[in-house]
Design a binder for this molecule. Structure first.
Ligand SMILES: Cc1cc2nc3c(=O)[nH]c(=O)nc-3n(C[C@H](O)[C@H](O)[C@H](O)COP(=O)(O)O)c2cc1C
Length: 182
């Protein structure tokens, strides 16, 4: 099984949590890591669409790894979806490139897990916050896997970072199909 991890963080030099998780992915076998903001800066027009599509085609499982910012993806990841998941490639009569592949969202969030609950401040779970990603995955025929969310991911001490690293490494080593979201 080959895994593609697309990382996006608008200020990579200030990242602690996503950077730690990126390093975990880079240390795994059969995992390709591409950091959008490091490859293309903040210029979404610079995205090499053919190279990104080819990277997706070569993978069985695709992970999008990013910090939750205003309950959403990063600007570059949103632009990426707009530009890379094209008609005729990802959808439309001939667009079957992503069919059957797995998509998993791995995200860090500064707020607590309780915040992301019906009784919490936002009255919504992370699954609900991520519903546009689930809809997008299902629309292009992907298998949407249970997301992995790291809450309270700010000001982390080394022990908390280690726990995150272990959880993500175990997630990456889990066999295909073992994290069904349904
Ligand atoms: C502009 C901005 C918006 C943010 N919005 C949210 C948010 O909507 N929900 C949340 O839980 N945390 C939010 N946070 C906190 C980040 O999710 C948190 O700092 C990040 O996941 C930690 O990862 P990093 O060390 O790689 O930056 C926000 C942070 C910034 C800078």
């Amino acid at each position: 099984m080959k895994t593609l991890v697309i990382v996006s963080h608008p200020t990579p030099q200030q990242s602690v949590a996503i950077k730690a998780l990126q390093q975990v992915a880079e240390a795994q076998d059969k995992v390709t890591v591409r950091h959008l903001d490091q490859l293309y800066g903040t210029d979404s027009n610079a995205i090499d669409i053919a190279a990104e599509q080819q990277a997706h085609e070569a993978a069985d499982r695709i992970i999008y790894l990013y910090p939750t910012h205003w309950f959403n993806t990063t600007p570059m990841l949103k632009a990426y979806l707009n530009q890379v998941w094209t008609y005729g490639w990802a959808f439309g009569p001939e667009g079957k490139a992503l069919h059957g592949k797995e998509l998993q969202i791995v995200t860090t969030a500064g707020a607590t897990e309780f915040t992301y609950s019906p009784a919490g401040l936002i009255e919504a779970t992370m699954d609900e916050v991520l519903s546009p990603m689930k809809a997008s995955a299902l629309y292009v025929g992907m298998k949407y896997r249970a997301p992995l969310a790291f809450y309270s991911a700010m000001g982390l001490d080394e022990a908390s970072l280690d726990a995150m690293r272990s959880r993500f490494a175990a997630n990456l080593q889990a066999p295909l199909g073992s994290q069904r979201a349904d």
